[in-house]
Design a protein around this ligand. Sequence first.
Ligand code: TRP
Length: 335
Amino acid sequence: MTRQRFLTGITPSGTPHLGNYVGAIRPAIAASRDSSINSFFFLADYHALIKCQDPQVVRQSSKEIAATWLALGLDTDQALFYRQSDIPEIPELTWVLSCNAAKGLMNRAHAYKAAVQANEGAGEDPDFGITMGLFSYPVLMAADILMFNASHVPVGRDQVQHVEMARDIAQRFNHNFAHVFTLPEAVVDDSVAVLQGLDGRKMSKSYGNTIPLFEGEKALRKSINRIKTNLLEPGEPKDPDDSTVFQVWAAFASPDETARMRREFDNGIAWGEAKKQLFELVNSQLAPARERYRQLMDDPGHIEAVLKKGAGRAREYSVPLMQKVRDGVGIGVLR
Ligand code: TRP
């Protein structure tokens, strides 16, 4: 039986935070240990260029994200771990797919539509500030996915439409040219927590409400102390289900420890005490990986070697696949 192939991209446009860890990195690394699954993870650095025009940020974030995944124990002998821009076949395939993807399909992409709506709302030209990169983003993502014949694509809800577009593009290509591509399916795991941020909304860089993953013990303590709480006094019962402190706790604690904290809330634990315990819990889980992260950040040569090895393995797939695509559409060697 062929193993299911899971593939997902991580856009390097920021510093990893607890929400990324709980919602994406931790489940992905756990899944990659499952021997019935073949995992592909990559730094989507071409995607980063769509929203980030600061070279320093792209470079730093690529390094931080690679170091984060390695520090958290991604086994790169099992999983394929590479950088998108090390695979020249991806932009090649993107062009061929662009010639097959309907423009009308791209017009319906949420990210593009949201940008147009924002412009219209502001009384601007509808395409103000919109690059071709933003517009054709789903085609690049389709190339990422189809290049490796991924069957499953774990993503957040906001990305499901893009995976469906990849499926659509693949179907069209298979029908018009040659049966080259596996039709991918999005996998949205509802059992994975969407972590709340400091202000109670979803933890997200764009809300500025994140708790940094590896910025050190002091920064972690400081962030946890800033989690918004209500004004209930020590001794007054508190509602765990209405509390970010409890929600973050539950994302890290065992079921027993979660049940205990629930009782503590009923018994009116003081916010300061709950936060202190939360810090201890999260810090104890992250400290060993944080140490490895520091070492990796000081040794970019090692990260580079790991990524290059991954690229070498990835190209064992992408080079022959691109050959099939070229053959299929009629370019390349004359016979
Ligand atoms: N666009 C995705 C995001 O912003 C990242 C990504 C790029 C991706 N290529 C991918 C995810 C391919 C899954 C598969 O989250």
